[in-house]
Design a protein around this ligand. Structure first.
Ligand code: BG6
Length: 484
């Protein structure tokens, strides 16, 4: 039984219900499994199903797309019950208990609501007659806005559910490409001997978006890119690149290694806060040749808002494998392209016997480029001799495109994560200690920016962020790829 709290919200329409539909269509849901959609809106079941058909169908994308009249969509709707409920009031939960009692399969409670409601929802579930002993609870981000508030949320949920019943979503962990990064590292012996400070000069992790705040102005203005993208998605990617090989693929073995990386992140010194961290905010510009307004002109944004829509950081991991290797993290809204990629730059050859090409930051060296989106690929950039006379070196890429190598459709992140929650596989969910270690690392930066007199650096929508981000790289003797 899958209970979706916040069932009329944006996330439910865009991600959760489309993902459940695809799982239903692919016969991955238990034949008798039902979906109980809960929200405070006083819809009848028919009204709610109409709402879902109007609002969720468009997000079932690509080859999966579906028409609301299709039999398969109608059979999906037949699984859904709707329960209007005041989430903070214990009384209505009895009706939920009755619906759940009709079916004895494991209950999954998905909390796609404001985290401010998590405590009440969990307490009301506990006070009802619902049997929670085998249940699972899925928590959507943001889980707090700093370490203290995340502690409070985790404590409240822990009063009702044990840690191994709690599934904290970071949808980046559900992306096929992130799993492929694990496969690249732990199913191939080729890279492991090179995966360390002796061979790697630096690592860059970028999540660039063309989108702006997309009708979420009010939420975003109180959040900013550091909380929205760095504390979770970028740090999870960093852990996937930097963790030690776990002893098994068991959820806790993997999560033990990730938390070690987070705890080894070098804390920001006063100097780092100035020199190794850049925050930016977009001003009006053009994305894909379309004019777009600046952040301050977006609906729901405070006139003098200092919320960052761009962050670039120079991080380091204090352990034997990585000491001294810069990890550059970058994310932003309204950037030139949508791209998520990891670039591992290897050290140049120790002694060049051939004439090596030079880039602005020295001899060109090997790079491993792992592209997560929009298209998924891995490229190994090598140097090769240009055909013809002389020994003229030129970078060439050994290219693995996953689209070409695999014809099968690849599941969306939410599809995989929802099925994992239903099946009880915690590997791709964030454990409490990971989440809190990530907050602990970003918190000095949050506090510094909050009290700082200097506002975020402006950048034009459609660019690659403020020039300060390029300057930060130059100080470390590196460059973002657009600067080459
Ligand atoms: C979400 C953020 O977690 O991730 C959004 O809240 C962001 O602001 C989104 O747009 C990006 O996800 P993806 O999968 O489109 O890269």
């Amino acid at each position: 039984m899958f209970t979706l709290f916040g069932a009329t919200g944006d996330l439910s329409m865009r991600k959760i219900l489309p993902a459940l539909f695809v799982a239903h269509r692919d016969a991955k849901l238990h034949a008798s499994g039902r979906i109980i959609c809960v929200s405070k809106q006083s819809f009848s079941r028919d009204e709610y199903l109409d709402w879902v058909s109007k609002n969720a169908v468009q997000y079932v994308k690509g080859s999966e797309s579906v028409n609301p009249n299709d039999a398969v969509w109608q059979s999906f709707l037949a699984r859904i019950d709707y329960l209007p409920l005041d989430l903070v009031e214990p009384t209505g939960y009895q009706r939920l208990a009755e619906l759940l009692a009709e079916n004895k399969v494991v209950s999954v409670f998905y909390l796609a609501t404001s985290p401010l409601l998590f405590e009440r929802i969990c307490a009301n579930l506990a006070a009802s007659t619902i049997d929670l002993s085998q249940a699972r609870v899925v928590l959507e981000k943001p889980l707090g806005h700093d370490l203290r508030s995340s502690h409070a949320i985790n404590d409240a949920v822990a009063r009702v559910f044990a840690e191994d019943q709690i599934y904290r979503i970071d949808h980046y962990l559900g992306k096929e490409s992130v799993q492929n990064l694990l496969a690249l590292r732990f199913a191939n012996s080729l890279f492991e001997p090179l995966w360390r400070r002796e061979s790697i000069a630096h690592v860059q992790l970028t999540i660039a978006e063309q989108l702006g705040v997309e009708g979420r102005g009010e939420f975003y203005d109180g959040t900013g890119a550091l909380r929205d993208m760095v504390q979770n998605h970028l740090l999870q990617l960093l852990c996937t690149v930097a963790m030690e090989p776990p002893t098994s693929f068991d959820a806790n073995a993997v999560r033990d290694e990730k938390v070690r990386v987070l705890r080894a992140l070098r804390p920001f010194s006063a100097e780092d806060l100035e020199l190794r961290a850049v925050r930016g905010q977009y001003v009006a510009g053009a994305v894909n040749n379309q004019s777009v307004p600046g952040y301050l002109q977006e609906p729901g944004i405070g006139t003098h808002s200092q919320t960052e829509t761009f962050v670039a950081l120079h991080a380091e991991i204090n352990n034997w494998r990585w000491a001294g290797v810069p990890f550059f993290l970058r994310t932003g809204k309204r950037l030139a392209h949508r791209a998520a990629e990891i670039i591992i730059t290897f050290r140049p050859v120790p002694h060049a016997i051939l004439p090596m090409p030079f880039g602005p930051s020295g001899t060109v060296s090997n790079r491993l480029v792992i592209r997560l989106q929009p298209d998924e690929s891995i490229q190994l950039h090598c140097l090769a001799k240009q055909p013809g006379d002389g020994m003229i070196m030129q970078p060439v890429a050994l290219d693995l495109s996953f689209d070409q190598a695999f014809q099968q459709r690849r599941a969306e992140a939410y599809e995989r994560l929802l099925l994992d929650a239903i099946r009880g596989n915690l590997s791709l969910f964030v454990r409490r200690d990971e989440q809190e270690a990530a907050w602990k690392w970003v918190e000095p930066l949050l506090n510094h920016w909050q009290s700082s007199a200097s506002p975020p650096k402006p950048y034009m929508a459609g660019s690659w962020g403020p020039t300060a981000s390029f300057a930060m790289m130059a100080r470390a003797g590196a460059q973002w790829p657009e600067d080459r």
